[in-house]
Design a binder for this molecule. Structure first.
Ligand code: G1P
Ligand code: ZN
Length: 544
């Protein structure tokens, strides 16, 4: 059966360009033909031989089940042979990536708005991942976007809803739908990568942790892996049941939204490790007893120790980080004699490097870390790699951090977010900044003198595709820097992100206050971009 849509909706309208999926309010998604337009546009342009396997899963947020039923009927009408869907409609983003790879699917639909809040008045999202398990690259997302503007029909079959809670197979039209265990394949993969025996031994000698699943998708994964397979005490995983509205919280594992965990870790009753993951399970937060580890530092520390984990022994080929991520990982790469790649923001830019074997581990300052085991960042993976390293080295998070800085020096780092600012004002700020780039070198801002300023452009070393306008970089003569870019994932107005970084050598101050260390960079960023003048804001909304 073919449904004719006479007035095409344009789902991407108003969304920042270059994002790998569609992310809007639930109410927007509930409009007739809206999600269907996006899904049909995907099916119209992506590579998928007749009879292909499609993976569907989401983070369990409100509206997840409705879109899954729509997508199943549409997949049947579009010639897919088989759909694999997680039980209850659940698949964390890294687990979906693994299922796509493991079962040779041509791709997958991941339903999530990541760390954004959920519920009838909050956010929803859909993105498409390709056969390597990773987010579709720009060539594909560009084709999807173009297709959404011209599409005039979508295809579906008449069929009852599939029971998403009952494991097993159902026929929908000519296609088979299989409801799979969302956790088992992923937990098995983790067991292959890491030394579970070493971790179990540490646990039985008293190593403790708390994992905050933030009422989001990682609860069932964390309970199975941490409590059932590794032997951590029952109750180690908190907020472990996925809720449609995440309990009314932002499932974003940072110091603001995971404040309770942070307070616990800084207090007298702290366990050895505190960790959290986001709505769809791809981000991670790592806090040791009395020691928060920035995501940029976590990437560097994990890279320096990754060969401790069995599946990575003798196998570190290179490291990649997004441009705004601190250069801490670069110092590790240099010391270990492996290349370090600097990519634009967004996991999709790591895909080619991972596929080509040029890098083994990669990460972003926004709490994303991952490796070549899947093609998404992976929150629990990062937690397990930390556990593996701490167990084998028999060291605390704080000790590991101090040892690391004493060897490589420390990159003091912070990100300041100005959220929901006027889109025009934000565009004006970036436009003015870009126009002034050539005049910046040589100018002094307080104690800092600009040595170089540019708009970051990236040429993919594998397919040579070029991505321009990926953020404004201003480097200073002392090696510190500030970076400005607009978020591509917000759903309200614009979000300006200002990234601040300063390197302190191993002989310098390794345990100073980050805010104090970055005072000059913060003042310079304000002056260079005229943040208050453009946005009316005197201070950032979120500092991470
Ligand atoms: C944010 C992060 C970015 C990450 C993305 C998806 O994007 O900054 O590192 O890849 O979420 O999780 P942004 O809102 O900055 O465009
Ligand atoms: Zn996420």
């Amino acid at each position: 059966m073919t449904k004719i849509v006479t007035v095409p909706t344009t789902p991407f309208e108003g969304q920042a360009p270059g994002t790998s999926g569609l992310r809007k309010k639930v109410r927007v998604f509930q409009q007739p033909n809206y999600a269907e337009n996006f899904i049909q546009s995907v099916f119209d342009v992506v590579e998928r031989p007749q009879g292909s396997v499609l993976v569907i899963g989401g983070d369990g947020r409100f509206h997840n089940r409705d879109v899954i039923q729509q997508a199943i009927r549409m997949a049947a009408a579009n010639g897919y042979g088989r759909v694999l869907v997680g039980q209850g409609g659940i698949l964390s983003t890294p687990a979906a990536s693994n299922v796509i790879r493991k079962y040779g699917a041509s791709g997958g639909l991941i339903l999530s708005a990541s760390h954004n809040p959920g519920g009838p008045d909050e956010d929803f999202g859909i993105k498409y991942n390709i056969a390597n398990g990773g987010p579709a690259p720009e060539s594909v997302t560009g084709a999807i976007l173009a297709r959404t503007k011209e599409i005039d029909r979508w295809l579906t079959v008449e069929a009852a809803d599939v029971d998403l809670d009952a494991p097993g197979e159902t026929a929908v039209g000519e296609m088979t739908v299989e409801v799979i265990d969302p956790v088992a394949d992923y937990a098995d993969l983790m067991e292959e990568l890491f030394d579970f025996d070493a971790i179990r031994k540490a646990v039985s000698s008293g190593f403790t942790m708390r994992f905050d699943a933030m009422s989001a998708v990682t609860g069932p994964y964390a309970v199975e892996i941490l409590e059932n397979r590794l032997g951590f005490a029952a109750g180690t995983v908190v907020n472990g049941t996925p809720l449609e509205d995440f309990g009314g919280h932002h499932p974003d594992p940072n110091l603001i939204h995971a404040k309770e965990l942070y307070d616990l870790m800084m207090g007298p009753d702290a366990p050895d490790l505190g960790a959290a993951s986001d709505g769809d399970g791809d981000r991670n937060l790592i806090i040791g007893r009395g020691r928060f580890v920035t995501p940029s530092d976590s990437l560097a520390m994990l890279a320096a120790n990754i060969e401790i984990a069995p599946a990575y022994r003798g196998r570190l080929s290179g490291i990649a980080r997004s441009m705004p991520t601190s250069a801490a990982a670069d110092r590790v790469a240099e010391a270990l004699g492996v290349p370090c790649f600097e990519t634009p923001t967004g996991w999709k830019f790591f895909g080619n490097l991972l596929d080509a074997g040029k890098v083994t581990i990669c990460g972003e300052e926004s709490a994303g870390t991952g490796s070549d085991h899947v093609r998404e960042k992976d929150g629990l993976w990062a937690v397990l790699l930390w556990l593996n390293i701490l167990a084998v080295r028999d060291i605390s998070v704080d000790q590991l951090a101090r040892t690391h800085w004493a060897r490589f020096g420390r990159n003091y780092y912070a990100r300041h977010d100005y959220e929901a600012i006027d889109s025009e004002a934000a565009a004006g700020l970036m436009r003015e900044l870009k126009a002034a780039l050539a005049t910046l070198p040589g100018q002094a801002f307080g104690p800092l003198t600009v040595s170089h300023a540019d708009s970051f452009a990236y040429t993919d070393p594998v397919d040579h595709s070029v991505s321009e306008n990926q953020g404004i970089r201003v480097l200073f003569e002392d090696g510190s820097r500030v970076v400005f870019r607009l978020s591509g994932t917000g759903t309200q107005g614009a979000t300006l992100r200002v990234y601040l970084e300063r390197y302190e050598p191993a002989s310098g101050q390794l345990d100073a206050d980050t805010g104090v260390m970055l005072e000059a960079q913060i003042a310079a960023a304000q002056e260079i971009a005229g943040i208050t003048r453009h946005t009316g804001r005197g201070a950032p909304d979120v500092v991470t």
